[in-house]
Design a binder for this molecule. Structure first.
Ligand code: ATP
Length: 240
């Protein structure tokens, strides 16, 4: 199996405080990889290192065999942060056009992709509306569209469905599955159990350590329980 991301013995500390300890795993091309853990476990810190925006105190991250941070590799992924980085006073179309220009996409290609990604997230009818008139859920979906504008081979989503109702959450997951079917690799952080179940593989993170990593089915089978929540409890930690 081909790997897209390799985390080699990653540790991170801020001052004296150790946030992540000796994290080591690979992410395969075309999989949906979940990072599940309670608030403060280090999920956001870890995904920042996967994108090269934060350099680990120790260890190395490689994307497509190239050590991060790398400008070349940084144009290959899309990142959706926890809070939406959208310009409120601009329309959805203007926002996406701006993000597209950051990736140096041509005007014609931007125009085409804006139509495509807005369709994907079911916002085509609201293309020319300013973002300030959007609901919270619409903003999240527009952020997802922005992360996808340049057709990245890897997308990293930090709690993409926080504050989103179950129906929309479902539609975002359907979109993620469609992307996966097209060969896109997806890394997603969550603390929602039913989302964790939808991942191909899952790393359980607690206090800066990976306490287990496998497919959801295998994690449950190994421990002999029927839910991921119980797997977490088995390893000595709740999820909230
Ligand atoms: N720049 C920083 N300086 C100092 N401490 C930090 C910094 N960034 C994160 N931390 C600490 O690192 C720990 C892990 O934070 P992180 O945001 O990675 O957790 P998380 O699992 O993503 O949590 P959440 O689900 O709440 O976002 C927290 O205790 C946080 O306070």
């Amino acid at each position: 199996m081909e790997t897209i991301l390799q985390l080699k013995n990653i540790s991170q500390q801020f001052g004296e405080r150790k946030i992540l300890n000796h994290i080591e795993f690979d992410i395969n091309k075309g999989e949906i990889f979940g990072l599940l853990g309670p608030s403060g476990a280090g999920k956001t810190t870890l995904v920042k290192m996967m994108t090269g925006t934060l350099v680990p105190t120790a260890g190395e991250v490689f994307m497509n065999g190239e050590k991060l941070p790398s400008l070349q590799q940084m144009s290959q992924y899309g990142f959706m942060a926890q809070s939406d980085a959208l310009y409120q006073e601009l329309t959805a179309s203007e926002n996406l056009d701006f993000f597209g220009s950051l990736y140096k996409m041509s005007k014609t290609y931007r125009k085409q992709r804006i139509q495509e990604v807005m369709e994907m997230v079911d916002l085509s009818e609201h293309l020319h509306q300013t973002v300030e008139t959007y609901s919270g859920g619409m903003k999240r979906r527009l952020s997802l569209a922005a992360a996808l504008i340049h057709e990245p081979e890897l997308i990293i989503l930090d709690e993409p469905t926080v504050g989103i109702d179950p129906v929309l959450r479902q539609s975002i997951w359907e979109e993620l599955k469609r992307l996966k079917d097209r060969g896109v690799t997806i890394v997603v952080t969550t603390h929602v159990m039913d989302e964790a179940e939808k991942c191909d593989r899952l790393a359980l993170l607690r206090e800066g350590e990976v306490i287990a990593l496998d497919t959801p089915e295998q994690l449950k089978e190994t421990v002999g329980v029927s839910s991921i929540e119980d797997v977490f409890l088995h390893y000595g930690g709740g999820v909230r």
